[in-house]
Design a protein around this ligand. Structure first.
Ligand SMILES: [Zn+2]
Length: 354
């Protein structure tokens, strides 16, 4: 996923070299790196004409995809999603439209209605940004929702909580479509807290209730919005950015896990789901660190040897990556097979544990 584009320079650039390169309208560095600006939440191409950000606010990425996963959105001035001189007008128009409304959902059907062939868009995004047009829209939406409240700070959220969420109705419709509908918000008795943080294999979202961690996923996971919706419904809850003691504990245990210093997690889990899912998810947690199982073995282990496909499906519905180690289940021929977080991450995790 993290594919570097053609790099003609003899060595990897240091932070200082990249920082010196920006702000000169110098196009030699185009395609080599992307500049992220934490203070404004946007990302730029190296030759952006906008005012040069302070070094402490800058983070560099290899690809636009990494910048999006990090939660940033493309700059209006330098338009980093477009290629210099070679972006077709219909792509420019779509990017512009999504810039004005990141919650818009432009489906293949809508594209055809505009006389745009969906496969052309798909190929353009794949070629220039190594992601689909739909993943681009998904990342924009979730980022916009998360950032809209995150940036308003904890006082806004506390005020909303104190008034029984009524002031949440002021939050925009796009936010509510992802983290809590207006009806849900007003009737909600429960809050799910959400944080975004970085990991060695990409940024992640984690959610917690007072019962435990209820979600841990990479931010580019395709099923993310479905999982948010499912959690909100099952727990009659609204999702709000904010800290939680279990989220703090999770992040410190995960940092140890990623550095190879931790094999077991102590943070409690909260896993609403069907009885069958609960059995499958429980059984996943019994696979020891450093080992793998096949779907068949997992089906046998729950005394339901014929339920291989149902076991695979319940694995796929696991919302708590890594802690409920669905990455330890592989195909009967030893192949890695599907993983919601992407096969390169599954491989990374299994290599870490071996
Ligand atoms: Zn820019």
């Amino acid at each position: 996923m993290i594919t570097k584009r053609a790099n003609t320079l003899p060595h990897a650039l240091t932070f200082e070299e990249k920082y010196n390169a920006i702000g000169h309208q110098d196009t030699r560095y185009e395609g080599i790196f992307i500049t992220g600006v934490k203070s404004t939440g946007i990302f730029c191409r190296p030759s952006c004409r906008a005012r040069k950000p302070k070094a402490e606010n800058v983070v560099f990425f290899d690809t636009t995809q990494q910048a999006l996963q990090y939660g940033l959105r493309p700059c209006k001035v330098c338009k980093p999603m477009e290629q210099l001189d070679e972006t077709p007008q219909y792509v420019t128009d779509l990017i512009q439209e999504l810039h004005e409304n990141p919650y818009l959902r432009i489906k293949d059907y809508d594209l055809r209605n505009r006389g745009v062939e969906p496969s052309h868009i798909r190929r353009w995004f794949k070629k220039h940004h190594n992601m689909t047009f739909h993943s681009y829209q998904r990342l924009l939406r979730v980022n916009a929702a998360f950032n809209s409240i995150h940036q308003r700070g904890e006082t806004v959220i506390n005020a909303a909580l104190d008034s029984g969420y009524n002031s949440l109705s002021g939050f925009n419709e796009g936010y509510r479509s992802i983290f809590g509908s207006s009806a849900t918000v007003e009737n909600s008795k429960h809050v799910i807290n959400i944080v975004r943080f970085t990991s060695p294999i990409g940024p992640m979202f984690a959610c917690a209730t007072d019962l435990g961690i209820c979600l841990l996923e990479f931010t580019d996971r395709r099923m993310l919005e479905t999982e948010f919706k499912d959690l909100r419904k099952r727990l009659n809850a609204v999702i709000l950015p904010g800290r939680h003691r279990y989220l703090d504990l999770l992040q410190s245990e995960l940092a140890e896990y990623y550095s190879g210093k931790r094999q077991h997690f102590t943070v409690p889990l909260h896993t609403p789901g069907t009885d069958f899912q609960q059995i499958v998810w429980n059984n996943l947690q019994k696979i020891p660190y450093g080992e793998t199982r096949t779907y068949k073995q997992q089906a046998v282990a729950i005394n339901n040897p014929k339920a291989v496909r149902a076991v695979a499906s319940a694995n796929g519905k696991n919302r708590i990556g890594i802690l409920i180690p669905c990455h330890r289940v592989i195909g009967s021929d030893g192949s890695l097979v599907g993983y919601g977080g992407g096969l390169h991450r599954k491989k990374w995790l299994l290599d870490l544990e071996s």
